[in-house]
Design a protein around this ligand. Structure first.
Ligand code: HEM
Length: 122
């Protein structure tokens, strides 16, 4: 007999069973616990419950590349620009307005990019 065991990663990553304020955007929850910006509120978060790249034999082989590229991209953008959400979009809600039907169906979210005027020595 073959038994298939499966969980929903989407549900696990958004469950209060594993995360404090699971629907709140708090990237600092991913910091190491000895980081000065780590908030003890998230100390009991079970970070392994988030598996954006899946796992196992058919898990994403590009996870490490993707994380490196995303870090580099965000660091470069934040180095070059100050970002500001355009006003009038306060009602936009991930829960209400973003849908996933194999691909994301998402509304526009306008962001103003202002040059940060940092010294360029690269
Ligand atoms: C944020 C970026 C990415 C996310 C969230 C992501 C996520 C995933 C997920 C969830 C799967 C399915 C795993 C499964 O079926 O269990 C997958 C498969 C795969 N990903 Fe990614 N991925 C990303 C970027 C990349 C990159 C950059 C590459 C290549 C350089 C890549 C190559 C692949 C390949 C080849 C598979 C198929 C693996 C297989 O079926 O054996 N992915 N990815």
């Amino acid at each position: 007999m073959v038994v298939t065991c499966q969980i929903s990663y989407f549900a696990a990553a958004r469950s209060p069973k594993y995360f404090t304020d699971p629907l709140k955007f708090c990237p600092e929850r991913w910091l190491p616990s000895d980081h000065p910006q780590f908030d003890l509120k998230y100390a009991s978060d079970e970070l392994k419950a988030a598996k954006p790249f899946s796992q196992g034999l058919r898990g994403c082989p590009g996870g490490a590349i993707a994380v490196s590229l995303i870090r580099l991209f965000i660091a470069r953008v934040l180095w070059e620009f100050e970002l500001e959400a355009v006003q009038g979009q306060e009602d936009l809600s991930f829960e209400k307005d973003f849908k996933f039907y194999a691909y994301w169906d998402r509304p526009s979210f306008w962001v103003r990019f202002k040059p940060a005027h940092r010294m360029r020595d690269y």
